[in-house]
Design a protein around this ligand. Structure first.
Ligand code: HEC
Length: 158
């Protein structure tokens, strides 16, 4: 009887330590872990449908007005020699592995770079959605938001 109680106490201790460790892993550290398998949760990428079609469609007018003059999406469709395509190389190489939030900040802080009114964050999120659509990345059910902009950029699947 006494042994059983001891065994019970010991297993409870082991169990609570395990739960404690799990809780720590879940909340501490840069990598998000699945609380049950303890496996690191894979980070979402632009291949996972991180913008909605209506968000991207809605941003076309703004892109044409504020950005298209200097940016196409492929090297072949550049209008001027100095245009910097927001697709193709070296764009993919520059942004591979980086979170979309960095693209959003770059746009908010530096674009359009011809002295016209700066772009608000919400507008930049929509413009990034349009860029993803024009590069052939799949749309999903929810629009790209500040919270989901932690998704990382990666090359389109060929
Ligand atoms: C007058 C020309 C011009 C306009 C208009 C313009 N850009 Fe740019 N953009 C540039 C240049 C030049 C660069 C290269 C970096 C720099 O000089 O700041 C650049 C860089 C970028 C980059 C980084 C590209 C890379 O390969 O890393 C992004 C993204 C971008 N622009 C998005 C936009 C968006 C979105 C708009 C519209 C809101 C816009 N730009 C409007 C000229 C322009």
């Amino acid at each position: 009887m006494r042994f059983r109680l001891l065994a019970l106490a010991a297993s409870l201790l082991v169990l609570s330590t395990a739960i404690g460790v799990r809780a720590d892993l879940r909340t501490v550290g840069p990598v998000d872990h699945d609380p049950w398998t303890l496996a690191p949760r894979p980070q979402k990428s632009v291949l996972d449908g991180v913008y909605s079609k209506s968000q991207a469609d809605g941003a076309k007018v703004q892109f044409d007005k504020l950005c298209a003059e200097c940016h196409a999406f492929t090297v072949a469709t550049k209008r001027k020699a100095e245009d910097l395509p927001l697709g193709d190389e070296p764009f993919f190489r520059n942004w591979e592995g980086k979170p979309l939030a960095e693209l959003v900040s770059l746009i908010v802080f530096t674009m359009p770079n011809d002295g016209r009114a700066a772009v608000e964050e919400a507008e930049a999120l929509d413009l990034v959605a349009y860029m993803l659509q024009q590069n052939g990345f799949p749309a999903g059910s929810s629009p790209l938001t500040k919270a989901t902009a932690s998704a990382m950029f990666t090359r389109p699947k060929m």
